[in-house]
Design a protein around this ligand. Structure first.
Ligand SMILES: *Cc1c(COP(=O)(O)O)cnc(C)c1O
Length: 221
């Protein structure tokens, strides 16, 4: 048993049924994925392409309705595999990466969903576009010039360590960036923020997708 049901019901209650729960299964075995699947989980978040490749069956061989999202930093030399293995890349954070995704998705005739990641905390070691302006320019570029990429929204990872004020600042800044880009296209309707420790604040700030690992699967090894 995982805690999927409990977390799912809490997220439903707090968001009035408006938020999607991504079960972050990184560093947990495929057995745990299947357990959560049997409890109702359908969307799984992973942060490394190699782990997805070695852990999950190929997309067409996965259980009915199972989807895998890439939520971790993506190196350009892993883009080809990522595009083939996942239905959404949530951690797109540079123009060169966008160009590479467009190229590889074009080669296999796939249109891939992406979120643009904002570095909302200003932490040096964090991934993500450094400003809402840069993120907005990238969004415009995808919409005007990348037919194999469908921009779905914006993602962020809250500040390191738990601090209510800093979380709130980061989440509301991301919410603003999302509001700006969502005016560009009707496809843009996902605001992904909130993890085990901060998902309630994220929902309060307007998130409609939370990515939760530890609270569902326990501590990672
Ligand atoms: C690991 C991870 C999560 C889940 O974190 P928990 O604290 O275990 O809930 C969410 N988003 C990203 C990008 C992650 O890498």
């Amino acid at each position: 048993m995982t805690e999927y049901r409990k977390v799912h019901d809490e997220v439903e209650a707090v968001s009035s049924g408006k938020a999607v729960l991504v079960a972050v299964s990184k560093l947990h075995p495929y057995d745990a994925v299947l357990e959560a699947y049997s409890e109702g989980a359908r969307i799984f978040g992973e942060n490394r392409v190699q782990e997805i490749e070695s852990k999950f069956p190929l997309p067409e061989q996965r259980p009915e309705g199972m989807e895998v999202y890439l939520i971790g930093q993506l190196q350009r030399n892993k883009v080809r595999k990522a595009v083939a293995l996942v239905s959404r890349i949530e951690s797109v954070d540079s123009m060169p990466l966008i160009a590479k995704i467009e190229e590889e998705a074009g080669k296999i005739g796939k249109t891939i969903d992406v979120l643009l990641e904002l570095n909302s905390s200003g932490e040096e070691q964090k991934a993500g576009f450094r400003s809402a302006d840069e993120l907005f320019d990238a969004a415009e570029h995808i919409i005007s010039s990348c037919p194999h990429i469908r921009l779905r929204g914006v993602m962020t990872v809250g500040p390191l360590g738990y601090d209510h004020e800093r979380n709130w600042e980061a989440f509301t800044a991301t919410r603003k960036a999302f509001d700006r880009v969502s005016s560009l296209s009707d496809d843009i309707d996902v605001l992904s923020m909130g993890m085990s420790a901060d998902w309630k604040e994220a929902l309060e700030a307007g998130s409609n997708e939370v990515r939760i690992g530890t609270a569902i699967f326990g501590e990672r090894q």
